[in-house]
Design a binder for this molecule. Structure first.
Ligand SMILES: *[C@@H]1O[C@H](CO)[C@@H](O)[C@H](O)[C@H]1NC(C)=O
Ligand SMILES: *[C@@H]1O[C@H](CO)[C@@H](O)[C@H](O)[C@H]1NC(C)=O
Ligand SMILES: *[C@@H]1O[C@H](CO)[C@@H](O)[C@H](O)[C@H]1NC(C)=O
Ligand SMILES: *[C@@H]1O[C@H](CO)[C@@H](O)[C@H](O)[C@H]1NC(C)=O
Ligand SMILES: *[C@@H]1O[C@H](CO)[C@@H](O)[C@H](O)[C@H]1NC(C)=O
Ligand SMILES: *[C@@H]1O[C@H](CO)[C@@H](O)[C@H](O)[C@H]1NC(C)=O
Ligand SMILES: *[C@@H]1O[C@H](CO)[C@@H](O)[C@H](O)[C@H]1NC(C)=O
Ligand SMILES: *[C@@H]1O[C@H](CO)[C@@H](O)[C@H](O)[C@H]1NC(C)=O
Ligand SMILES: *[C@@H]1O[C@H](CO)[C@@H](O)[C@H](O)[C@H]1NC(C)=O
Length: 252
């Protein structure tokens, strides 16, 4: 199944493809947090109330893989300084996580005012010089630089009115580290998007058993495992070879 140019398959599922399963309405065949809404051929994934454009999904040969996302508001904003107004967080239950290997975070300190003795001279290298992200001064720091600033120059979170954390593709392996995300360059970096990954670490024992018997896991809206959808077209309670409750027929 595809949406636009992105192929959507288990453990992702289309949000329009839910059904009544074992008495639970809106159940789905896929992992919690991995619903894709196909909106006018644009695949969108929702994380904590905000929708993100799915640029690509890379499926591993087992139950792992990764997905590239970008904020559609940032993609549409062709200026070099797109608006950044919400944290990117994953609402649980979800099987997705930020892979430390390929994702770093930028922290935007918006609308800050320093009292003279507190003013850290070095902070201006991180100052945003474009856009209207706040009435007063705004800065963007790589997340790993923030503790140093707090230690040596005072607590940034106390002098700024808003703090936003956004994931970006890892910049540590890029020699242009120093300029890529700073000031008016950050729009380009945000438009590249970020990655999320999934693996078996959040899979319930029930789901493992189901998948090992070539079934696919069914979950209800609360993210609870409710059945194993098997190649024989039936819903088994545990796995595809159990003799248990296999009477519940399912359309293929
Ligand atoms: C789904 O089931 C719940 C209770 O089990 C009910 O409150 C809700 O209205 C149902 N939703 C739909 C769309 O049928
Ligand atoms: C999607 O990801 C796969 C695997 O990483 C890669 O081969 C492919 O070129 C990517 N497609 C796009 C459109 O980026
Ligand atoms: C995940 O992303 C990385 C690049 O960050 C890529 O090399 C890898 O092939 C992707 N796919 C899987 C299944 O891990
Ligand atoms: C900075 O201030 C916040 C809010 O007052 C506080 O929670 C945090 O612990 C402080 N951090 C440091 C490093 O002082
Ligand atoms: C974003 O996350 C940071 C760190 O958890 C938090 O301090 C900040 O208040 C959050 N910002 C918003 C707008 O929720
Ligand atoms: C590294 O930086 C260069 C120049 O800024 C950019 O063209 C390239 O896409 C970056 N590579 C990665 C992996 O982000
Ligand atoms: C699986 O995901 C967890 C986070 O949920 C991560 O800590 C762990 O390193 C991952 N394992 C592998 C083999 O990638
Ligand atoms: C696994 O399934 C069994 C039978 O349906 C149920 O009793 C048990 O609570 C489930 N375990 C988990 C971790 O969901
Ligand atoms: C499937 O379920 C049956 C009955 O609970 C059990 O005996 C069997 O070991 C399970 N098979 C797998 C692959 O987990």
């Amino acid at each position: 199944m595809t949406c636009g140019i992105v192929s959507i398959s288990y453990p992702f599922y289309l949000s329009s493809e839910t059904k009544d399963l074992n008495g639970y309405n809106n159940s789905y065949c896929g992992y919690p947090g991995m619903a894709i809404e196909c909106d006018d051929d644009k695949p969108m994934l929702q994380l904590d109330g905000h929708k993100y454009m799915v640029k690509n999904i890379s499926y591993g040969n087992d139950s792992y893989g990764n997905v590239s996302l970008a904020d559609p508001v940032v993609l549409e904003d062709t200026s070099s300084c797109p608006k950044v107004d919400h944290n990117v967080t994953i609402l649980l239950p979800s099987w997705l996580y930020f892979p430390a290997m390929s994702v770093d975070f930028l922290v935007f300190f918006l609308d800050c005012s320093f009292t003279p003795p507190m003013e850290p001279p070095d902070i201006y290298q991180y100052q945003l010089t474009c856009g209207s992200l706040g009435a007063r001064l705004s800065f963007v720091l790589p997340k790993d630089k923030v503790p140093d600033y707090n230690r040596y120059y005072g607590n940034l979170s106390q002098v700024c009115s808003k703090i936003i954390e956004v994931p970006v593709l890892s910049y540590t392996d890029n020699s242009s580290e120093d300029s890529a995300w700073r000031s008016d360059e950050y729009g380009r970096v945000l438009r590249q998007g970020f990655q999320l990954a999934w693996n078996e670490s959040r899979r319930l024992a029930n789901c493992t058993q189901c998948e090992q018997s070539y079934g696919r896991c069914g979950y209800n809206q609360e993210g609870e495992f409710i059945g194993c959808l098997c190649p024989d077209g039936r819903v088994h309670s545990r796995n595809c070879s159990d003799s248990g409750d296999s009477s519940l027929k399912r359309k293929h």
